[in-house]
Design a protein around this ligand. Structure first.
Ligand code: NOJ
Length: 555
C-alpha cells in the first residue's frame, strides 16, 4: 500500500496554541497492554516510561493512562482498593513519578484515570462496613439497603447492572445470617459510593490533590454521569434497562446533582498552576446533555460517544459533527472526537462489518475494507476542530481480536449473562512492537491475552519507515496537524458543496474531503494536496477521490 504524504516543505510551520487541551491529541494508554517492563506478561509503568519517546515521536500532545491503582483487578483496575497507591503489578509510586517527570521532559502531558462512582469491594471503607455490620457508619458511604419481601430476599429495587444481572448483592452479617444488600452499577466487586455523604466528597477532593501534587495534568473521570442517584432510589419499572441507556435520563445516570461535584473539583484544580483538566466519561442521551458537563465552571472536555457510534456514512457523520459543534458552542468548550477506546470494538473492525451492529462485535468482517475506512475515518477526525483521542494500537491499524478463546477472557461482563459489554478483551490484546519475539516486543515474557500470529506484521517495527503503513500515516497526519494553522483549533467548519456520500469542509487555510460512497468519485480540485490515506492523482482542475478516502488540502 502506498499513500501520498506531505513533505516538510509542503507544510506551513506555525500554529497558535492556547489552552493546550482545546485542540490536543490525547493518546490513551491501557497500561496492562502497552508495554511490559518486567517480563511478567502484564504491562506496567516501567513499560510506559520506556515507550514515552515513541509517543513523543508519534506527535501526540498528551497521554491518558487507564487505572494503575492498587486493585484486585475484578474489572481490569476500574475497581480501586487504594486511590493513592500503585498496584504492585504495575510498579510503585516511584515509577508513576518517573512517568510523569519524563513525559513532561519530552513535552507530553499526563492525564490519569479517576474512578469515583465505585470502589473495589476490597477498599478499606467497604471491608470495614461489612465487618462492622448493620449500623456501621461506614455503610453510609455506600448504598446499603434492606431487601424487599418477607425475609429481605429480594433486591431493594429493580435496577440492573451494566454488566448484567441485578445491580444489588446481598451481604452476610458478621454472625453469618443473610444481611442487607449493596448497590453496584457494575460488577459486585465494584460497590457504588454514596455521594450524598460528605466524607466521600472530602475524600475525592483529597485524592485529586494527591495526584495534582504528583504533577499530573488532569483526570479522565470514569462514569462521570453516575455519581448521584435519584432520591429514594426509585424503581425503573422496566426490564432490559440497558436498552434504555442512551435514550433517557436514568435514576442512576445523568442526574443533575452530579454537576455540583464537578464545580467543586474545578475549584480544586484552579488552585494549581499549569492548566490542569477534567475530562468526563459521561454517556448521556444527547450531545446537549453532554455539554452540561463542560460548562465554564465544570469540566474541560467530555468524550463524544455519539461520534464514536457513527457509521462510515457522510450523512450520518455530518449530522453528528454539526450537532456536536452546535452543542459545545454555547458553553465554550472544545468538541472532542474519538473512534476507539478500551471498551468498544476497535474501529478497524467496526468498519469491517455492516453498519448497525453496535460497538461490541465478535465478527472479524472484511479486514481490508475495515482498515481502509479506519484510516480514512482517522484523517477525517483529525481534521475537525477540537481535541481528538487516539487509543493505543489504532495507529498500527490493529483490528479487534475477535476469536479469543473463552477461557482467556477477563472482561467481567463476559461471564455475566445479558450485560452490556462482554467482548472488550478483543481491543485489549497487548501491542506488538517488534516483528519477532515471544510477545512481539511487548515484553520479555508472554502476554496476558494471546496475540494473534498476524501481530508481527502489524508491529511498530514492521511499519516504521514504510510510507504506506498506518503508523506513518498517523505520524504524518499529526505532524501536519501540529504545523497547519487552524487545524484542530477553533470551533467551526464551513461545509462545501459535494456529491452525495462525500464530505467536504473548509477550515482556516485548509480543506478536507472524505469519500464514504464505496466507489471512486470525481470532484473539482479543492486545493494543494497535503495528505491522504490512499494514493490520489490530482488533475489540473479535478481529482478522482478513491473509495473510502479522506484527503487533506491546503488552500
Ligand atoms: C468505564 C470504563 O471505561 C470501563 O472500562 C469500566 O468497566 C466501567 N467504566 C466501570 O468502571
Amino acid at each position: 500500500m502506498t499513500q501520498h504524504l506531505a513533505t516538510p516543505a509542503d507544510v506551513p510551520t506555525t500554529g497558535t496554541h492556547t489552552g493546550w487541551w482545546r485542540d490536543a491529541v490525547i493518546y490513551q494508554v491501557y497500561p496492562r497492554s502497552f508495554a511490559d517492563g518486567d517480563g511478567d506478561g502484564m504491562g506496567d509503568l516501567e513499560g510506559v516510561r520506556s515507550r514515552l519517546p515513541y509517543l513523543r515521536d508519534l506527535g501526540v500532545d498528551a497521554v491518558w493512562l487507564s487505572p494503575f491503582y492498587a486493585s484486585p483487578q475484578a474489572d481490569a483496575g476500574y475497581d480501586v482498593a487504594d486511590y493513592r497507591a500503585i498496584d504492585p503489578m504495575f510498579g510503585s509510586l516511584h515509577d508513576a513519578d518517573a512517568v510523569i517527570r519524563e513525559a513532561h521532559a519530552l513535552g507530553l502531558r499526563i492525564i490519569v484515570d479517576l474512578v469515583p462512582n465505585h470502589s473495589s469491594d476490597q477498599h478499606e471503607w467497604f471491608q470495614r462496613a461489612l465487618r462492622e455490620g448493620p449500623g456501621s457508619p461506614l455503610r453510609e458511604r455506600y448504598h446499603f439497603r434492606p431487601g424487599k419481601g418477607a425475609d429481605g430476599a429480594l433486591p431493594p429495587n429493580d435496577w440492573e447492572s451494566i454488566f448484567g444481572g441485578p445491580a444489588w448483592t446481598r451481604t452476610e452479617n458478621p454472625d453469618g445470617t443473610p444481611g442487607d444488600w449493596y448497590l453496584h452499577l457494575f460488577a459486585p466487586e465494584q460497590p457504588d459510593f454514596n455521594w450524598e455523604h460528605p466524607a466521600v466528597r472530602d475524600e475525592f477532593r483529597s485524592i485529586l490533590r494527591f495526584w495534582l501534587d504528583m504533577g499530573v495534568d488532569g483526570f479522565r473521570v470514569d462514569v462521570a454521569h453516575g455519581l448521584v442517584k435519584a432520591a429514594g432510589l426509585p424503581d425503573i419499572g422496566a426490564h432490559d434497562q440497558l436498552k434504555l441507556l442512551g435514550n433517557d435520563v436514568m435514576p442512576f445516570f445523568d442526574q443533575d446533582g452530579v454537576h455540583e461535584i464537578y464545580r467543586s473539583w474545578r475549584k480544586v484544580l484552579s488552585e494549581y498552576d499549569g492548566e490542569r483538566v477534567l475530562v468526563a466519561e459521561a454517556w448521556t442521551p444527547t450531545v446537549d446533555r453532554t455539554a452540561n458537563y463542560v460548562r465554564p465552571d465544570e469540566m474541560h472536555q467530555a468524550f463524544n460517544f455519539q461520534y464514536l457510534g457513527t457509521h462510515w456514512d457522510a450523512t450520518e457523520l455530518r449530522t453528528v459533527i454539526d450537532a456536536s459543534l452546535a452543542a459545545m458552542r454555547p458553553v465554550g468548550a472544545p468538541t472532542t472526537w474519538v473512534l476507539s477506546n478500551h471498551d468498544v470494538t476497535r474501529h478497524a473492525t467496526r468498519f469491517a462489518n455492516p453498519a448497525g451492529l453496535g460497538t461490541q462485535l465478535r465478527e472479524a468482517g472484511d479486514r481490508e475494507l475495515g482498515l481502509r475506512r479506519a484510516r480514512a475515518a482517522t484523517l477525517l477526525m483529525l481534521a475537525l476542530p477540537g481535541s481528538a483521542y487516539v487509543y493505543q494500537g489504532e495507529e498500527l491499524g490493529l483490528p479487534d481480536v475477535t476469536d479469543l478463546p473463552d477461557e482467556v477472557r477477563q472482561d467481567p461482563s463476559f461471564w455475566r449473562a445479558s450485560g452490556q459489554d462482554g467482548f472488550r478483551d478483543g481491543c485489549r490484546v497487548p501491542i506488538p512492537w517488534t516483528v519477532e519475539g515471544s510477545s512481539y516486543g511487548f515484553g520479555a515474557g508472554g502476554s496476558w491475552l494471546p496475540q494473534p500470529a498476524t501481530w508481527g506484521a502489524l508491529s511498530v517495527e514492521a511499519q516504521t519507515g514504510d510510507p504506506g503503513s498506518t503508523l506513518e500515516l498517523y505520524r504524518s497526519a499529526l505532524a501536519v496537524r501540529r504545523a497547519q494553522p487552524g487545524l484542530g483549533a477553533g470551533e467551526d467548519i464551513q461545509w462545501l458543496d459535494a456529491p452525495e456520500g462525500v464530505l467536504a469542509f473548509r477550515r482556516d487555510g485548509f480543506v478536507c474531503t472524505a469519500n464514504t460512497t464505496g466507489r471512486a468519485i470525481s470532484v473539482p480540485l479543492p486545493g494543494r494536496f497535503l495528505l491522504s490515506n490512499e494514493p490520489v492523482a490530482p488533475g489540473a482542475d479535478t481529482v478522482e477521490l478513491p473509495a473510502d478516502t479522506t484527503v487533506w488540502w491546503a488552500v
